[in-house]
Design a protein. Structure first.
Length: 399
């Protein structure tokens, strides 16, 4: 406690110098922590949006960068064969989407029309109506589901539209359900097409010789889904045995989350390294100021040693001063960094995505403590050792 009181007395006696010394540390720690909070926040927000994907589904698409893309196109007979031969698949359906003009009464709007089944790869509630029934899918029913976005366009006055009809191209479909709006946010991200048709109906009415985009599969046992994905790719290649070297991608909720986490993690790491440069400069500044302090207090050190102060006591005194400097800088930087990150999370990320990410308080605090410890040890020990090793006679002769 005596060392701490003495350190505070010395630092408060030189307020301007103390403030300028810790400014670089405040900026560096604040920037690094704010970047960490924002990186984690944005990653968590995007993963929260993708949390609407079903846990038991995955899709397969051809690699668009391969030589002859057409040789790897997914065919309906491939999907049927895979469902019958690969274990753990409860349902398989073609993945296709097209743009059409949709008419409802006197209103019309361009929309994306996509395939769907009784199982849904996006977990969304219904604002009105219900999902497709198994019979509607099997019998190619002339029914459809609307997203909230297209519902707002076609029915601006609101109300329950189920039971009424829309026209897609020259075909008429009865609305059986309307999806609930996505989480409130400026981005208003929607998973799926504007209009969903039973995939059997889509194949009959809209495919018309156009290639499929891919296929979606639903599994019975979620933990073994990675092995199922590998088996599906292997079977797809076997079914295209005349096309050498064809490639496919599979993606699911876990893959999306890992990709998003990896991207934001890499960006956060790179930007944090840039912010860490200011910490290095701040550490050098602290060492420089401590060396100046040792020089200014050389006669004081000589007097203390002459009246019996040991080297360890002198070393501890100057080390505590460096520790207080680093603690003040990192503490203030921690508060500023968390404040900036939390404000941007609440004022920007939440409004953009409609998802409130968790602020990594413990991680940010650990970063501040680690930086304070490293800077103190790396740049505070040398001035303290130098002060402790001064010869008392030479110190008394100083000035």
């Amino acid at each position: 406690m005596i060392y701490f009181d003495e350190a505070m007395r010395v630092l408060l006696a030189n307020k301007i110098r103390t403030l300028l010394t810790i400014t670089g540390l405040i900026i560096g720690v604040g920037a690094v922590i704010a970047i960490q909070v924002l990186g984690n926040g944005m990653s968590g927000a995007v993963q929260g949006i993708l949390g609407g994907l079903a846990d038991n589904s995955f899709s397969i698409i051809p690699n668009g960068q391969q030589g002859d893309f057409r040789k790897a196109q997914v065919r309906l007979r491939d999907i049927v064969a895979i469902k019958n031969t690969v274990p753990n698949i409860s349902e398989a359906l073609p993945l296709a989407i097209t743009r059409q003009v949709v008419h409802a009464g006197h209103g019309h709007s361009p929309a994306t029309v996509a395939t769907a089944s009784q199982q849904r790869w996006a977990k969304a509630e219904f604002a009105y109506g219900r999902n497709f029934t198994a019979d509607e899918v099997a019998q190619r029913g002339a029914v459809c589901l609307l997203s909230d976005k297209i519902y707002q366009r076609l029915f601006p006055k609101g109300g329950d539209p189920t039971g009424t009809s829309i026209h897609v191209a020259d075909k008429r479909y009865i609305i059986v359900g309307v999806m609930s709006p996505p989480k409130a946010g400026v981005l208003n991200i929607q998973l799926g097409g504007d209009v969903s048709l039973p995939y059997t109906t889509y194949m009959r009415d809209l495919l018309q010789g156009h290639p499929l985009n891919g296929a979606s599969f639903y599994v019975s046992d979620i933990p073994t889904m990675p092995q199922t994905e590998v088996a599906v790719v292997r079977e797809m290649k076997r079914l295209h045995k005349n096309a050498a070297g064809i490639q496919y991608f599979t993606f699911d909720k876990k893959t999306f989350n890992q990709a998003i986490g990896g991207i934001f993690g890499a960006l956060t790491f790179v930007v944090s390294l840039i912010g860490a440069v200011s910490l290095l400069v701040a550490g050098i500044g602290i060492m420089n100021i401590m060396l100046v302090s040792v020089t200014e207090r050389t006669r004081e050190i000589g007097i203390r040693k002459a009246i019996g102060a040991r080297q360890g006591q002198i070393l501890m005194q100057f080390f505590i001063e460096a520790l207080v400097l680093c603690g003040l800088g990192c503490g203030i930087g921690l508060i500023i960094g968390l404040g900036i990150g939390f404000a941007v999370d609440q004022l920007a990320i939440v409004k953009l995505t409609g998802t409130a990410p968790n602020v990594p308080w413990i991680q940010a605090t650990l970063i501040a403590v680690i930086f304070a410890s490293v800077v103190t040890i790396a740049f505070g020990l040398y001035p303290a050792f130098r002060a402790a090793r001064l010869d008392p006679i030479e110190a008394l002769r100083y000035e």
